[in-house]
Ligand binder design. Structure first.
Ligand code: APR
Ligand code: PHB
Length: 386
């Protein structure tokens, strides 16, 4: 078996890369270890930067996104019993769009299959040779094979086989002393814009999936048992953390999904070895505050698709050689922003009174200074790609 670009992983990064390469006449095969239903149902943060919506739209994969995506022009920071709006669009000229990652994956899978793309579910990459180059795989029937290629894109997430195949890798990481308990509820959102709440009981986030479905999160201890959180306790805790002095009320409804996500920052350098390129969660993880994970995966594959396009069109390696450093500049900016937003809003169980006072001063500053609001807004809506 042979293709031009072997793509390991059929998450948003692998699927979008395959789609962008196809538009440039470059062949790829996507190997995805899970089944189609699994990748299409996985719940992840669903806030898209303008650069992400632009690439989906311009590449012809944004038709449903344009119909169903909810365009947002601001967000709310809530603390001390009061809300403070950050007018994202007024400050940056850019918008963000709420559109679930499950829907992006569904749209991209449908698009690849309609275009005759080769997406192999339940096919696991088991070995990577960055120099040959080739990928050894095992399909759903247990048969093994080898996919020969010109280049390998490891879009196989944090637990994939791509990253361990990069020798001399340097890694950088932070574990946070908390996790997020996330729920989906069949209730219209109690707010039009997202609410990021800093509260002495812990952080809470009110997001949404559609005009009928709310997505809410609570900061919980990192080793928390989900059984400790019956529905009634979740609503009570959310109400306490979102409470304001002006009678605002959180609407409750049936909870249809409940899970706990650990919080981690992680970067691997470099993002390339020989003919193997790492993209998305395979190379970096951010805590979900600010929803940068998907957007970073998308910017990596935009840079990689451009570089491969140049290589096939002109024979030049210039952009491929710059891939890792180009991506890492944007990755580190998003790492800092996610870390900053996380530490600004969460309660660190080890924080002393001094640290708590500093945190409150920082929050007061962010909502009162145009410069600080603009810093938040330009990072949140997304800095330029490449
Ligand atoms: N062989 C084939 N597929 C694999 C292998 C393997 N050995 N290992 C992992 N995979 C698949 C996983 O099953 C998964 O579907 O790779 C895919 C990686 O997809 P994601 O985890 O969604 O990663 P990525 O495409 O980089 O998207 C990043 O995910 O974690 C979120 O917030 C993050 O939104 C961001 C997005
Ligand atoms: C989400 O809707 O899942 C979401 C939105 C914004 C975030 C994190 C998660 O910062």
């Amino acid at each position: 078996m042979r293709t031009q670009v072997a793509i390991i992983g059929g998450g948003p990064a692998g699927l979008l890369l395959s789609h962008l390469l196809h538009l440039q006449g470059i062949d790829s095969v996507v190997l995805e270890s899970r089944d189609r239903g699994y990748v299409e149902r996985r719940q992840r943060a669903g806030m898209l930067e303008q650069g992400t919506t632009d690439v989906l739209r311009e590449s012809g994969a944004g038709e449903r996104l344009d119909r169903e995506g909810l365009v947002h022009h601001g967000l709310e920071l809530r603390f001390g019993g009061a809300g403070h709006r950050i007018p994202l669009t007024d400050l940056t000229g850019r918008t963000v769009t709420v559109y679930a990652q499950t829907e992006i994956v569904k749209d991209l899978v449908a698009r690849r299959l309609a275009d005759g793309g080769d997406v192999r579910f339940e096919t696991e990459a088991v070995g990577v040779d960055a120099s040959a180059p080739s990928v050894a795989f095992r399909d759903r029937a247990g048969r093994t094979g080898t996919l020969e290629c010109d280049y390998i894109a490891a879009c196989d997430g944090f637990h994939g086989v791509g990253r361990p195949a990069v020798p001399g890798l340097r890694t950088f990481s932070r574990e946070y002393p908390f996790a997020w308990l996330g729920i989906l509820a069949d209730v219209p959102p109690s707010t039009e814009e997202l609410i990021y709440a800093g509260h002495e009981r812990g952080f809470a986030l009110h997001s949404l999936r559609s005009p009928q479905v709310s997505r809410l999160y609570l900061q919980v201890p990192p080793d928390e048992d989900i059984a400790a959180w019956p529905d009634a306790r979740i609503w009570e805790e959310l109400a306490a953390r979102f409470a304001t002095g002006d009678g605002w009320k959180l609407q409750e409804g049936p909870i249809t999904d409940k899970s706990i996500t650990p919080m981690r920052s992680f970067v691997a350098e470099p993002m390339r070895h020989d003919r193997l390129f790492l993209a998305g969660d395979a190379a970096h993880i951010v805590p979900p505050t600010g929803a940068k994970g998907l957007n970073l995966a998308v910017s990596d594959v935009i840079v990689l698709a451009r570089a491969l396009t140049e290589r096939y069109a002109t024979g030049s390696d210039t952009l491929l050689d710059a891939y890792s450093s180009t991506c890492l500049r944007r990755v580190w900016r998003a790492e800092h922003f996610s870390y900053w937003m996380t530490t600004l809003l969460h309660v660190d169980p080890a924080a002393d009174d001094f640290a708590l006072r500093l945190q409150r001063s920082h929050l007061d500053y962010v909502v009162s200074s145009e410069a600080a609001k603009t810093t938040l807004a330009e990072n949140y809506t997304g800095l330029p790609i490449g």
